[in-house]
Design a protein around this ligand. Structure first.
Ligand code: SF4
Length: 232
């Protein structure tokens, strides 16, 4: 029977991308808290995250935890209690143009995907926070633009989670920020909420635009409502 402990041992020892010829820094970065009702999925660790093995450790973490703080989560409590991982778990190195880190290739994403699927199946989170375009496209169509989804959520009802890896949006309830409050007040079962956030890296200018700040504020409102509802 699969367990988080054995999965984490395999992830730490994994060298699949190196063996496939990708110049990554091996050593999976993730953190597994004590409660694990929320799973946060980012793109891939950065260099400082890889050095200290702590997700969102550096500048992008400051911005991310500012948003989560506005939603009511204290950073240390969130880190201690919830689960943090990424689409690919090893540092992919700098991008060819030197601006920021390399986006993991489709091949690396596919190589790492079985780990992510096992994490989701084992943790079975009530809320998944998708951070950045690569993570967002785990659930949403690959053509999705941030403007279309930041400030919204979807809810997978319990009957759609008999398979915990169900990402079929046709089986989910789409929720705008103005609908989440009444939806929660009506009472929902033990399904799963998905809330997207933009990548919090300082290299991304998207969050700085006024109209996008409003989208992020709506996402924060949604997260606050779900956090209070789930008591996490
Ligand atoms: S990114 Fe994932 S698949 Fe690639 S070496 Fe790291 S843990 Fe293994």
């Amino acid at each position: 029977m699969d367990s988080l402990a054995s999965l984490h041992t395999e992830m730490r020892a994994c060298r699949r991308c190196l063996e496939a010829g990708f110049d990554i820094a091996p050593g999976a970065v993730f953190s597994s808290g004590s409660v694990r009702r929320v799973m946060l999925i980012g793109q891939a660790p950065g260099v400082t995250e890889a050095q200290v093995k702590r997700p969102f450790n550096a500048g992008s973490g400051r911005r991310l935890f500012q948003w989560l703080g506005e939603a009511g989560w204290d950073e240390e409590t969130f880190r201690a209690e919830q689960y943090m991982t990424a689409v690919t778990k090893c540092y992919p190195g700098k991008s060819a143009n030197g601006k920021g880190d390399r986006v993991p290739s489709k091949t690396e994403q596919a190589l790492c995907r079985p780990f992510l699927e096992r994490e989701i199946a084992l943790v079975n989170p009530r809320l998944i926070i998708l951070v950045g375009g690569l993570a967002i496209k785990l659930v949403y169509p690959t053509t999705t633009r941030l403007e279309e989804v930041i400030g919204t959520a979807v809810y997978f009802p319990p009957e759609s989670l008999t398979n915990p890896l169900n990402f079929d949006l046709a089986t989910a309830v789409p929720l705008g920020s103005e609908q989440v409050g009444s939806f929660l007040e009506a009472g929902v079962g033990h399904g799963r909420f998905i809330v997207p956030l933009p990548h919090p890296s300082g290299a991304s200018l998207w969050p700085n635009k006024p109209e996008n700040r409003q989208r992020i504020a709506r996402a924060v409102d949604i997260l606050r409502g779900i956090r209070e509802y789930l008591e996490v």
